[in-house]
Write a protein that binds this ligand. Structure first.
Ligand code: KDG
Ligand code: MG
Length: 405
């Protein structure tokens, strides 16, 4: 069997998605997600110019060798564009292998460790009450874990709280430029404690709460936040500080018992090696799409398992349903699975393009025995929704200083 053709298709049913389709000379094909929010077209160029030509004619069964070839063989290792490209090819090859074997990918990884995948939902509100009402909606739907984010009073726009806007494209005034928002650590500290206090008062201790800081704090500020959050018993505090310097988490860790999660921007095991082996975090949040696919995330999960670190893969709306499918197989298999972030299966346009049999019931996701990844991609439907340039916001302090994580 040989790889005959590889297509790279960009569509925008609401968010931009880059999908790769690897087609064999025997007619079997597999799909993978290469979406890199705000840098989608760089990945497309990398794939089309530098990856696809090298893979035509190769045996799609050789997943590991192709992964090593694309990672080590290029001289320029790592980086989000390279790793998203490798990830998409890797997912597609696992999809093909499963289809040929007539087995779901999780069976190829070693089989199920659990019946279903526990999810956490998002409650993002423009005020504390608004956020708490959304928590209630998720509890009513059966979710047992919810991430709480609320707009910060006194700041113009808070990251992740879009108000009446559908997406960042609208927030940026329908112009292809990044929107701008404000940050004030002092105002944030005032509001986050209120949010959690009111949430525990209203919902008691049964439901799990999570919170994402989006790396806006310095390590010592994160340490203080972790201490303040202890009484609210979070499942985890996410991205408190950036950890380009992985040692910086020692400062946070030595001060607080609040569980820590990080990793959605990481591309390789090297980005989180020290955090994991020094047990400075509790959950590693790398996404299959951004860290080199199923082959790479399996390796990170195994490494993390020996240090009591669980996987909690990134599941934002800018990862395509193909990435969610890859995570489902990894999560069902991994002995050290923690929790999966979940924001729904997208709008109707997205559902027209990506078809699958995943179901959600009482805050858990289940999968069918469909071979491969268990997700189909309708190319013709995808072509109806062309790429729309859109960026994440730029964050500035109130005096204008750039304050991105
Ligand atoms: O592209 C960036 C988003 O995916 C990210 O900001 C969302 O932090 C996020 C999360 O935890 O889902
Ligand atoms: Mg996050």
């Amino acid at each position: 069997m040989k790889i005959k053709e590889i297509k790279v298709i960009v569509c925008s049913p609401g968010r931009n998605f880059v999908t790769v389709k690897v087609i064999t000379d025997e007619g079997t094909y597999g799909i993978g997600d290469a979406t890199l929010n705000g840098r989608e077209m760089a990945v497309v160029a990398y794939l089309e110019e530098h990856v696809v030509p090298c893979l035509i004619g190769r045996d799609p069964n050789e997943i590991e060798d192709i992964w090593q070839y694309l990672y080590k063989g290029v001289y320029w290792r790592k980086g989000p564009i390279t790793m998203a490209s490798i990830a998409a090819i890797d997912m597609a090859l696992w999809d093909i292998k499963g289809k040929i074997a007539g087995l779901p990918v999780y069976q190829l990884l070693g089989g199920k460790s659990r019946r279903g995948v526990t999810l956490y939902a998002h409650a993002n509100g423009e005020s504390i009450n608004d956020t708490l009402d959304k928590v209630q909606e998720h509890i009513d739907q059966g979710f047992k874990a919810v991430r709480l984010q609320s707009a910060i009073p006194g700041l113009k726009v808070t990251y992740g709280v879009l108000g009446d806007k559908k997406d960042y494209f609208e927030l940026q005034g329908n112009r292809p430029l990044p929107p701008e928002e404000e940050w004030s650590t002092q105002k944030y500290f005032n509001s986050i404690v209120d949010l959690m206090r009111q949430a525990r008062a209203r919902f008691g201790n049964e439901v799990e709460f999570l919170h994402d800081v989006h790396s806006r704090l310095t390590p010592i500020e994160s340490a203080r936040l972790g201490k303040l959050m202890e009484e609210f018993n979070l499942l985890f505090l996410e991205d408190a500080s950036i950890a380009e310097n992985q040692d910086s988490y020692k400062v946070i860790r030595q001060h607080t018992t609040t569980p820590l999660a990080i990793g959605e921007t990481y591309n390789t095991i090297w980005d989180c090696k020290d955090l994991i082996q020094n047990q400075l975090i509790d959950y590693i949040r790398v996404a299959a799409t951004h860290a080199g696919g199923i082959t790479a995330l399996r390796r990170i999960a195994d490494f993390a398992s020996i240090y009591n670190v669980k996987i909690a893969p990134h599941g934002a709306p800018d990862l395509s349903p193909v990435c969610f499918a890859a995570h489902m197989h990894l999560n069902i298999w991994a002995p050290n699975f923690g929790i999966q972030e979940f924001v729904g299966f997208g709008n109707d346009k997205s559902k027209e393009i990506f078809k699958h049999n995943f179901t959600v019931e009482n805050g858990m996701a289940y999968m069918s025995e469909a071979p491969g990844l268990g997700i189909e991609f309708d190319e013709e439907a995808a072509l109806k929704y062309p790429y729309k340039r859109s960026y994440l916001p730029v964050s500035r302090l109130e005096d204008g200083t750039l304050w991105n994580w």
